[in-house]
Write a protein that binds this ligand. Sequence first.
Ligand SMILES: Cc1cc2nc3c(=O)[nH]c(=O)nc-3n(C[C@H](O)[C@H](O)[C@H](O)COP(=O)(O)O)c2cc1C
Length: 380
Amino acid sequence: MTNANSPRPTTSTKQVILDSIDDKVAELLERLVGLTDDEYRWEPAGDMWSVRASDGEATVDFDPDRDIEPAPLTTIAWRLWHLASDCLADYTARFNGTPMEETDPSWSLSADEAVQRLATNWSAFRSVLVGFDDWFEELGDGFGPWSRHCVADFAMHASNELVHHGAEIATLRDLYRSFGPAARFSMPLSEAMYSLRAIRRLRPDPIPPADIEAMLDAAIQAPNGGNLQLWHFITVTDRDLIAQFAPLYHEAWWAKRSDSGYTPDTLPDSHASARRLADEIGDVPAIVFFCAIAKGSAAANAIIPAVQNMLLAGRALGIGGTITTLHPTVDKRVHELFEIPDTAQIVYAVPLGYPRGRFGPVTRRPLHEVSSQNRWIRDA
Ligand SMILES: Cc1cc2nc3c(=O)[nH]c(=O)nc-3n(C[C@H](O)[C@H](O)[C@H](O)COP(=O)(O)O)c2cc1C
């Protein structure tokens, strides 16, 4: 039933439709209360379309071919963009005689801002609708395939968009709630494992602290010797500290190469990516130091599953990184820089960030070459 506060009875079709859409918008806005940024960008499946940070801008995934089959799954963020910008703002522009030439993919990474824009853009389009006395006149030129439609058609179309995308958004919210804390990592395990390669080219865009915290929470679920949890994780995002660490990492990386007998002139091409990371690590948005709170290889080894857990969790969030080790030549200075006690050891330094390239398949020898049944059988 339409808005109980709107005077009744009415003989105005326009008023009935407007009241009906107002109700739908109000219901949707109520359904969006408490939407967090995490939930807003939640990707419960692979290859979803969403809004992404790119060089300081936030843009939605988009393909000019609108008839993609099957239509990609989309996040709440993408659906809010579609409703508020792609639909409502576009309709308003059309009626104002300033139709957008191309789809505008710019959007917001903030759930609050997106919801606000939905409300604002509905108000703007509503004002356009209210301004028409005759809702049944043909729209005419400027409306392309809809030229023989009328204002009432457009109003009903907006209503349709709000209802069906609103229902999809509501379903995503219900799913998110039912997944509980693990909702953030619901990418298929197969996809995460098979596309988790070392990501060394990282964007400088900051990672939300809640994402790193969630990744570390996944890390501490890992098996570890005797469940002693001899670990400590230091997340470094301070630009000054990362800048001070960068030359130490560079020095450590080249010290390891030197231990292997390489000089800059003899270094094989296969090291190019790791070498570049040694040059660029000062620009990464975050580095997590995986430390063991005791010395010795047992304590160090016990942290290995945790780092893989963290990287898999990061994969599910679209955050990449790579495991790196340091070198004894820099160990003392890195301890001092991060105030790590002498009783502890740094096991791995893991730079993290959004990939400049894509996640992708790893290159591994076939399983039959590296496995056998019942006894050791191996050609080389
Ligand atoms: C214990 C360990 C230490 C590693 N140390 C480094 C390192 O110091 N620097 C680096 O760039 N990559 C490092 N890596 C990443 C490996 O080089 C990478 O996983 C390997 O080349 C395979 O590449 P992929 O993971 O992209 O398939 C390390 C990986 C492991 C497991």
